[in-house]
Design a protein around this ligand. Structure first.
Ligand code: RIB
Length: 333
C-alpha cells in the first residue's frame, strides 16, 4: 500500500505539500497541485484518516515573526497579537527575523518540529513559494506577501496621500519625502502616495526623495542631505515615526526649527511620537486592532481546520500634534 511519502517522492515535493493538497489548506502552486494529483492517481494512494489526524498534532501555539524588534512599532504590534492568542487559549512565541530569509526559515523549521499551529508573518523577504512548504495556516500582517496569502494591512498609499495633502493645505510649498526601504511593500505604497500628490507640481524633482531605511540613523542622514541640498524645503513626509525622530534631530542639528521653518508629518502612530519635542503629527495605524485581528483570523482557521484566503485593510487616521503648523502665504521664489 502506498504512503504519503511515496506520493511526495514521486511528485518531487515535501510531505507537507502533499498534506496541504489533501487537506486543501494553505497556498500550493497550481503546477505543484497537478504533480501531486498525478502521483496520487498513479500510486492509487488512499490517505489514512487516523494517520492524517496524528500527523496534524496540535501544540496550541501561535508564532509571530517581526523584522526589527528594535523598532517600537513591532512590540506594540506583538502586544496585540499576544493578548488575542492568550485570550483564545494559545501560547504565543515572538521571533525577531531581521528580515533575513535564512533566519525566517530556521525559525520555521524549529517551530514546525514543535507542531506550531499557525504563524503571523511581518516580512519583506518571505515568498509564497516558501510558504507553500509550510503545513500550517499563515497570515501576512502589515506587509502583503502574495495575493494568495491572507493578509491584514492598512491603506498605506491613501494614508500617504492624505499626509502630503495635509502639508500642502497647511501652506507648505516644497515637500520632500524620507522613504522606507525600496523592497518593503508598504514603503513602496507610501512613496507612491507621496508621488500621487507632488509629481504634478512643476517644482518636483527626484532629488526631493531620499532613502531612510525605516531607521533613525538612516533618516537623520537622509534629512541632512535633503535640507542642505534643497534649503527651500518647508515640508517633509517621513515614511514612519522612528525615522521622523531622526528627521527632527537632523533639522535641530542644522539650526532649522520644527515646525516654524519645516513641518514634519510621519506614519505609524507609535507611543514614542507623543514624547518627542515637538510631538509628532502622524498618520496613525490602528496597531492594536490589526495585530488583534490577524491573530483572531488565524486562530479561526486553526480551530476550524479550514483554509481560505482573506484580505483585510484598515484605515489610518491623521493625528495632529506639534511638528506641523499653518504657514503664512509668503511664496517661495
Ligand atoms: O516603523 C516600522 C514600519 O514597518 C512601520 O511603518 C510598519 O508599517 C512596518 O511595516
Amino acid at each position: 500500500m502506498s504512503t504519503i511519502r511515496d506520493v511526495a517522492k514521486l511528485a518531487e515535493v515535501s510531505v507537507a505539500t502533499v498534506s496541504r493538497v489533501l487537506n486543501s489548506n494553505g497556498y500550493v502552486r497550481s503546477d505543484t497541485k497537478e504533480r501531486v494529483a498525478k502521483a496520487i492517481s498513479e500510486l492509487n494512494y488512499r490517505p489514512n484518516d487516523v494517520a492524517r489526524s496524528l500527523f496534524k498534532g496540535r501544540s496550541k501555539m501561535i508564532a509571530l515573526f517581526v523584522p526589527d524588534i528594535m523598532n517600537p512599532f513591532f512590540p506594540e504590534l506583538a502586544r496585540a497579537v499576544e493578548d488575542m492568542t492568550k485570550q483564545q487559549g494559545f501560547t504565543f512565541v515572538l521571533c525577531n527575523t531581521d528580515d533575513d530569509l535564512s533566519k525566517e526559515m530556521a525559525y520555521l523549521d524549529a517551530l514546525t518540529q514543535k507542531s506550531v499551529d499557525g504563524i503571523i508573518i511581518v516580512s519583506s523577504t518571505m515568498t509564497a513559494d516558501y510558504i507553500e512548504s509550510f503545513d500550517i495556516p499563515v497570515v501576512a500582517l502589515d506587509r502583503i506577501i502574495h495575493s494568495d496569502i491572507s493578509s491584514v494591512t492598512v491603506n498605506n498609499r491613501e494614508g500617504a496621500k492624505e499626509a502630503v495633502q495635509y502639508l500642502k493645505d497647511s501652506g507648505c510649498q516644497r515637500i520632500a519625502h524620507v522613504a522606507g526601504p525600496e523592497h518593503v511593500s508598504n514603503a513602496k505604497q507610501r512613496l507612491r502616495g507621496y508621488l500621487d500628490v507632488v509629481q504634478k507640481e512643476k517644482w518636483f524633482t527626484s532629488a526631493y526623495v531620499e532613502q531612510g531605511a525605516y531607521h533613525f540613523e538612516g533618516a537623520k542622514k537622509a534629512t541632512e542631505k535633503l535640507l542642505t541640498g534643497q534649503p527651500e524645503i518647508d515640508g517633509l513626509f517621513v515614511a514612519n515615526d522612528l525615522m521622523a525622530v531622526g528627521a527632527i534631530k537632523a533639522a535641530e542639528g542644522l539650526g532649522i526649527s520644527v515646525p516654524e521653518q519645516l513641518s514634519i508629518i510621519s506614519f505609524d502612530g507609535i507611543k514614542l511620537g507623543e514624547t518627542t519635542s515637538p510631538a509628532l503629527t502622524t498618520m496613525a495605524q490602528p496597531i492594536y486592532q490589526i495585530g488583534s485581528r490577524a491573530a483572531e483570523l488565524l486562530i479561526e482557521q486553526v480551530e476550524n481546520n479550514e483554509r481560505k484566503t482573506f484580505v483585510e485593510e484598515f484605515a489610518v487616521q491623521l493625528i495632529e500634534r506639534d511638528s506641523t503648523c499653518r504657514r503664512e502665504d509668503d511664496a517661495i521664489e
